[in-house]
Every structure is written in C-alpha cells, then in structure tokens.
Design a protein around this ligand. Structure first.
Ligand SMILES: NC(=O)C1=CN([C@@H]2O[C@H](COP(=O)(O)OP(=O)(O)OC[C@H]3O[C@@H](n4cnc5c(N)ncnc54)[C@H](O)[C@@H]3O)[C@@H](O)[C@H]2O)C=CC1
Ligand SMILES: [Mg+2]
Ligand SMILES: [Mg+2]
Ligand SMILES: [Mg+2]
Ligand SMILES: [Zn+2]
Length: 472
C-alpha cells in the first residue's frame, strides 16, 4: 500500500502543474508525514471518484496509471465504476473495465454498477457491463460456475465407433487428464484473480502406450467457438482420460509446471470458461469408478458410446431390455434455497459442522423420488429449520461435480419465523437482515461471518435477493 502511494506521488510529480497540480501544491516531499499521505490519498481518491462521476477521463487515467486499487470504495461502498455507471459515462466505464475493475462489487445497499446503470436507464453502459461479467456465455444471460461448457457434446456421434476411433487419433484432439479424480492443471502466468489454473490439454503422443491399455476415456465433445456456425465435425475433439494407473510424478510430467488439483475446493480456481468441461469430465469419471458392476445382476460392465453408457456383460440381464437407467450416467438433483422472511426483510442462513468456521449458507437437501422441486424445498426447510415455506421461486441451476449433483437454486418464501434446527444436520440457523448479509457477502461483517464464494450458487442466490431493493 505504501509503495503504491509513493508510486502515485511519482506520477503526480511528473504531472505537476497538470492534473494533480492542485494536490501537489499542498505537499512537498520533505514534509510528507503519514497524516498528510493519508489526506493526500483521500483527496486523490475523491478526485478519482469525481472524475468518474463527471466523465473526466484524464483524472481517471491518472489513477489507473497509479497502479492502485481501482475497486476502492467510498463510505457507502460506491466504486468509481458505479459513479461512472450512475451518470452514463460509457467511455469511463469501458476504460475501468478494460483495466480490470471488478464489475461484481456491490455497494452497501446491495447494488452492482450494472444495477445502477439499469436503474438510471443507461442502456449502453449496462450492455457493456453485462458483456464484461464473468460466466456470461455469448448466447445466454447468467451462468453459474461449473456450468459454462463451450463444447458441443455431439451425443449422436457417440454411437459411431469408427468416427470416435478416428477422432481419438486425430492430430488436433486433446486429452484432459485425471488421476484418482484429480485433474491436471497449469497455473496461469498472470494469476491475480482467484481463477489461477487452466486445464492441462495433452496430445495423444505421450499417452499413446497407456491409451492402448484401454483406460476409461470419455468423449467430452467438439470445440465449437461459435454456436451460430454449424458444425463440420472436423472441429478439434476433447476427451477425458483416467490415468490412475500412472504415478503422480509421471502424470505431472505430461505437462511441465502442472499440478494435480484435488477436488473441492481446489478445482474452483479453474478458469470459469473451463469449469463446465471439468464438471462434465469429473462427474463422468466418478460414475465409471462407481459403476464397474451392473447394479441389476452384479456382472461386470463395459464402456460404450464414448463413455456415456455402461453395458452389462451378461446378455440375459434385464438391463438389456427397454431403457434401463442404470446403464446411463447418474445425476442427483438437490434443492438449495434461500428462505426469506414473510416481510422479505430477512433471510435464513445456516451452517453445518463441516463448514469452514464462520461461514453461513443457504439450506440444501437432496430431492427424493416422486417429489417436485418445490416440495423438496418445503420439506428440507421444514426438516432442517422448522420454518414453513409457501411460494417457491426458481433461481438457477448448477452442476456440482462432487461427484454428480445438480443444484437447483430457489428462493423460498416463508410463512413462519420460529426456528427449530435439526441438530444432526445443522449447528446453527438464524435470520439475517439485508445490511448484515451485504457485510457477509463483502467480507466486512464485524464478527467475520461470511457466505460461500461467488463460485457457489448459494452466493448467487443470496446476491440476487440482496440486489432486489432499489435504493439508489
Ligand atoms: N453450496 C452450498 O452453500 C451448500 C451446498 N450443499 C450441497 O447440497 C447437497 C445436498 O445438501 P445436504 O444438506 O447434504 O442434503 P440433505 O439435507 O438431504 O442431507 C444429507 C443426507 O441425505 C442423505 N441423502 C439422500 N440422498 C442422497 C444422495 N443422493 N447422496 C448423498 N446423500 C443423500 C444422506 O444421508 C446425507 O447424509 C450436497 O451436495 C451439499 O454439498 C449443501 C449446503 C450448502
Ligand atoms: Mg441439508
Ligand atoms: Mg436435510
Ligand atoms: Mg435430505
Ligand atoms: Zn446386469
């Protein structure tokens, strides 16, 4: 922090008489005290905010060049990006986003810069902010982590053994490598964000001999950069391969400088654009690992259809008649819900013993057969907290590849408030008001309480509810 202030001073010195002249006149290097440094910083910050609010791009650029935190907030949690968005200064917004300003920051009343631009009808700014948001797919709106998969799965091609064999041998094909369900990943050279790894994608040559031994290999899909352009089926293919028979050292040697990321939470550092590919691959490999024998007759099973089917070796087995779902990959749907109070002013968050200390989250539970999503939400909330839920609102879904859940995110509207927790499942559950939840989202809670990070659908549901009050 101190060095960045000095850097700022140096820049101001260069610009003396120009942009920062008004501040510079008040300070001489020989008389710099910490107090003056602080007030200098404060004044400079205010000028940055004023510049953003009034569209004075030169003032904003001075701060950008100062290599300081562009997400600096004022006492109401407003950032320069929010000020620029408030007044519709697209050129300032563009420059700030280009220099890495975080578009997901929320202010103390729960709004992002995008909310502010939408509220004040600055459509051009809103479009720009939307395009810069993480997890956005070109043809979609909001995306949860683990859901962005740019591969075309080409399910109809999986049955064509000849086509698949050719694809495995194609020079453009790459393999995502796993060992004991840990994925091979490479650290990105610039890793300032929490997304610091990309998937290691290996050519066939170095794993040719091991592929000849038929390890579990899954056809993940073809790389389709643009969904508007029809596939030619000549696009590069991506496969996942289980190299658990190799030593950890040998697997890591396939890609210099790579690491094997153990499952959760380490894998949440993968680039969001690749997290969906990881989710597909890991869930599929976990299924093969658990279904080596037929659940109907106990005979051994073999991999078919690019890994998307396991067929029983016993030709008399009932699984060969009609559609037998044990032959296909399984997904366990789970409900995850933010329960909101009858007056909509508070929400119910709980913590189980296995959560990190001080983390609170949405309640969640596995759906049961013959149950609607809405009823699963009502049942789990009542079981775990004693609270009665009436209306259930769907939010979004998230594949959760540990091993193969699909989280169905909801907002559940409670009709009662008395909490009686199920102590076998929860350690605590209580109502939190909006300002407190904002503090938990932004890690500014006085007791250090926090909610899961942005990769979790729970975080996104909580953020949606917090953002609903327009107080701009
Ligand atoms: N991201 C988040 O904030 C949170 C996510 N979750 C996730 O939600 C999912 C469900 O939540 P829970 O509270 O664990 O469920 P839950 O409330 O239904 O209780 C879990 C128990 O349900 C039983 N169960 C029923 N079906 C199951 C299945 N298909 N697989 C495993 N156990 C099953 C087991 O006895 C297990 O101990 C889990 O995958 C969990 O990781 C849970 C809480 C917070
Ligand atoms: Mg639960
Ligand atoms: Mg439960
Ligand atoms: Mg349950
Ligand atoms: Zn069988």
């Amino acid at each position: 922090m101190f060095s960045s202030r000095v850097h700022l001073l140096n820049i101001c010195q260069q610009k003396k008489g120009n942009i920062a002249g008004f501040i510079w006149d008040k300070i001489s290097l020989s008389a710099v005290t910490f107090r003056k440094m602080s007030s200098f910083n404060q004044e400079f910050k205010e000028r940055f905010f004023r510049g953003a609010a009034s569209g004075e791009i030169d003032d904003v650029r001075l701060y950008i060049k100062g290599n300081v935190d562009l997400n600096e907030r004022n006492e109401r949690g407003w950032t320069a990006l929010m000020f620029a968005a408030r007044n519709g200064h697209l050129h300032v917004v563009r420059e700030l986003v280009q220099h890495g300003c975080d578009t997901s920051v929320i202010n103390s009343t729960g709004q992002t810069a995008l909310d502010i631009a939408l509220f004040w009808n600055h459509g051009d700014v809103a479009r720009h902010l939307q395009a810069g948001q993480r997890y956005l797919h070109p043809d979609d709106n909001f995306r949860n982590y683990f859901s962005l998969n740019t591969l075309n799965r080409c399910s109809d091609k999986r049955k064509d053994r000849g086509w698949l064999a050719n694809k495995i041998n194609d020079a453009n094909t790459r393999f995502v490598v796993f060992r004991n369900l840990e994925v091979l990943a490479t650290k990105l050279p610039k890793s300032s964000s929490m997304y610091r790894y990309e998937l290691g994608k290996i050519e066939m040559k170095p794993i040719e001999t091991i592929l000849a031994c038929n390890p579990v290999t899954i056809f993940l899909g073809l790389v389709q950069e643009n969904r508007q352009v029809p596939l030619t089926f000549k696009e590069p293919a991506l496969f996942a391969v289980d190299l658990s028979t190799m030593s950890e050292e040998d697997v890591r040697a396939l890609s210099p400088g790579s690491e094997l990321l153990p499952g959760y939470p380490a894998a949440m550092q993968l680039l969001p654009a690749e997290a969906g590919i990881f989710a597909e691959a890991r869930s599929m490999l976990a299924w093969h690992d658990r279904y080596q024998f037929c659940p109907t007759c106990g005979s051994s099973t073999r991999l078919e259809e690019g890994g998307y089917k396991r067929e029983c070796a016993n030709l008399e087995c009932r699984s060969h008649k009609g559609v037998h779902n044990t032959c296909y990959p399984r997904t366990d749907p789970s409900a995850i819900m933010l329960v909101v109070s009858p007056d909509d002013k508070r929400c119910l968050l709980g913590r189980s013993q296995r959560f990190p200390a001080k983390m609170y989250s949405c309640l969640a539970g596995f759906m049961e057969p013959g149950e609607t999503l809405e009823d699963a939400v009502r049942r789990e909330v009542e079981e775990e907290s004693g609270v009665i839920v009436d209306r259930v609102e769907y939010h979004s879904s998230q594949p959760w590849p540990f091993p193969a859940s699909l989280m169905l995110g909801c907002i559940a509207h409670a009709t009662t408030e008395t909490v009686k927790i199920d102590e076998t499942e929860l350690e605590d559950a209580r109502w939190f008001n909006r300002p407190e939840v904002v503090q938990m989202l932004t890690r500014q809670h006085p007791q250090g309480l926090f909610v899961p990070p942005e990769q979790a659908v729970a975080h996104q549901i909580i953020k949606t509810w917090v953002r609903r009050t327009a107080n701009l």
